[in-house]
Design a binder for this molecule. Structure first.
Ligand code: HEM
Length: 222
């Protein structure tokens, strides 16, 4: 038995399901990070400490998240490889199939924005998840001062610039990914597809904007 999906439908399905899982993580993660902007550092640290209190359950969720990332990348590469093989020999020039194909800058660059996001996530997790442990007392309990680490990182202008740039890539990736995942799961409907398509644009722009505000805000005010 093969270790990965063989049919193109199965590959796209796996890519869509894992993409939706990662999308949900990104939405939750944005709301967690907005706690950085409350004006009270304890809010963010208390939340991170609350999550940490789940111990082994949190570790299992983290492993599940990593598995989603790997399965998403793997299935994307399989889909991309199939498309590449199916091209007529020597045919590398992009030609649009018209409006109905919904080909955009976002859809054409999924593999590149994906590679940027992969590099970002590795750098990001090393910086924060495995970054320095600064202890702090909150409500008489010792916990990790993650707020201090975030402020330290975003007080470096180069980090702010890189984060803002990557969040633009994230917006483009989500813009096409949102709509494409629904299509792969068979959600095509002549009436509703344009609504999901526009919804994807709005959701992607809102998420990217939310993540862009955080480093800029921290740099300017914290
Ligand atoms: C302004 C933007 C962001 C900030 C301030 C931020 C902050 C953080 C912090 C502080 C942690 C460590 C949490 C802990 O150890 O308890 C973390 C973990 C993480 N972040 Fe972000 N993040 C941002 C954007 C993103 C984006 C856009 C993604 C994905 C595309 C992402 C993916 C992750 C992942 C996968 C982890 C590891 C989760 C875990 O191991 O529990 N982050 N982030």
């Amino acid at each position: 038995m093969a270790l990965w999906p063989q049919s193109s439908v199965a590959k796209k399905f796996l890519n869509a399901i894992t993409g939706i899982g990662l999308f949900i993580f990104v939405v939750v993660h944005l709301f967690e990070n907005l706690l950085l902007l409350t004006g009270n550092p304890d809010d963010f640290n208390r939340w991170a400490h609350f999550l940490e209190s789940f111990g082994v359950v949190l570790r299992i969720i983290e492993i599940g998240l990593a598995a989603f990332f790997i399965a998403h990348i793997w299935s994307a590469l399989l889909v991309y490889w199939d498309k590449w093989k199916a091209r007529p020999h020597g045919y590398r020039v992009y030609r649009t199939a018209g409006w109905t194909s919904r080909q955009t800058l976002s859809s054409q660059t999924m593999i590149y924005t994906g590679i940027v996001l992969l590099a970002f996530v590795i750098w990001h997790v090393i910086t924060f998840r495995f970054g320095p442990y600064y202890p702090i007392m909150v409500d008489g309990v010792e916990m990790r001062d993650l707020h201090r680490l975030v402020v330290e990182v975003f007080n470096e202008p180069i980090n702010v610039v890189l984060y803002v740039a990557v969040m633009v890539f994230l917006g483009f990736h989500l813009r096409h990914g949102f709509w494409s995942a629904l299509q792969s799961l068979g959600a095509y409907h002549p009436r509703w597809t344009p609504v999901w398509y526009s919804g994807g644009v709005l959701v992607a722009a809102a998420l990217a904007a939310g993540f862009i505000v955080i480093p800029i805000w921290v740099y300017l005010y914290l």
